[in-house]
Write a protein that binds this ligand. Structure first.
Ligand SMILES: [Fe+2]
Ligand SMILES: [Fe+2]
Length: 312
């Protein structure tokens, strides 16, 4: 840890202390959500690609997707929390600001997990029925954390920059979005902006201590974790299809069910994979992973079916 100048860690620690927020400021347990409005912008939810669905049905799918969106964040953050704690212990305890900055990072992720669980309770009360989500989080965390630290740190960096992209490019200027949900995303984004920078320092620390073969393995591990995320997306799409049918009372025939699942998987891959793997700051971090790293990751993005028909 001593190879990294302390002032970057100290700066991020100070920013965390100034911007701290409490759960109840963002979403109270008895909050009421407005189900007449969309929760997610169309660019993230993908329901506009379904030409045959009515306006009410698209809105119901948007709500189901918003629930799944946060559920997926909850699952990945349950993996990030133990990883960051482990990295805190791996550092030099005499360098207090890095230790405190990483503990704050972990504490904020624990708060986000609690916020997302609270949101799920508030959401399901208003929506009128449970909405199943992939899991259990512990199994996903075990699968991801079975990979090397550098690969895991890269996957977390992808997730942190992806979160930035969602807020800045899709959510911030969308006035139609349900206000309580939008506020939740804003407060989450505020802390994730710092996490991205902290995780970039972790990647730098791990990569600088690795030889070329270890960096190559780190990239292999990162791409294997991307596949794990993609498998979780595919499973969530199947759950969402059934939640959509229950919420709308519409039983889809095989062709429409297949179309919904294919388009939703493409939309989820855009949201959770491409927006991280193509983020300029993530690509810049890949440059430090050795020649060919950027090309390998971009080739992996192209291997995914991301195609969506023009929204109407
Ligand atoms: Fe978070
Ligand atoms: Fe985070």
């Amino acid at each position: 840890m001593s190879a990294v100048p302390d002032d970057r860690w100290s700066h991020l620690l100070g920013a965390a202390e100034r911007a701290e927020w409490r759960l109840d400021e963002v979403l109270s347990e008895d909050a009421e959500l407005d189900f007449e409005r969309p929760f997610l912008p169309a660019a993230l939810s993908g329901e506009r690609a379904l030409g045959w669905a009515s306006g009410r049905e698209r809105l119901a799918l948007n709500h189901v997707r918003a629930h799944g969106y946060l559920a997926l964040f909850g699952i990945v953050e349950e993996m990030i929390l133990p990883f960051v704690l482990q990295q805190t212990l791996a550092g030099e305890l005499c360098a207090l600001d890095p230790v405190r900055a990483l503990l704050t990072f972990a504490s904020e992720e624990a708060k986000h997990i609690a916020l997302f669980r609270r949101f799920a309770r508030v959401f399901e009360r208003g929506f009128g029925r449970p909405v199943p989500a992939v899991g259990p989080a512990s199994a996903f965390a075990r699968a991801v954390l079975g990979h090397g630290d550098l690969g895991v740190a890269l996957a977390i960096l992808h997730i942190e920059w992806m979160t930035q992209e969602h807020w800045l490019a899709c959510v911030r200027d969308d006035e139609a979005i349900e206000p309580a949900f939008k506020q939740l995303l804003r407060f989450h984004w505020l802390e994730e902006a710092r996490h991205a920078r902290l995780d970039a320092l972790l990647v730098e620390r791990l990569a600088s201590g690795a030889d070329p073969a270890e960096r190559e393995r780190g990239l292999d591990d990162y791409l294997a974790i991307v596949v794990l995320i993609d498998e979780a997306l595919a499973a969530q799409v199947q759950l969402d299809r059934r939640s959509f049918e229950r919420a709308t009372g519409r039983r889809l025939d095989e062709a429409r069910a297949d179309e919904l699942c294919r388009l939703q998987h493409a939309a989820q891959r855009q949201t959770f994979l491409a927006s991280g793997m193509r983020h300029p700051r993530f690509v810049a971090a890949l440059a430090g992973m050795g020649p060919g790293a950027i090309a390998r990751v971009q080739s992996a993005v192209r291997s995914f079916d991301l195609s969506l028909p023009h929204p109407n």
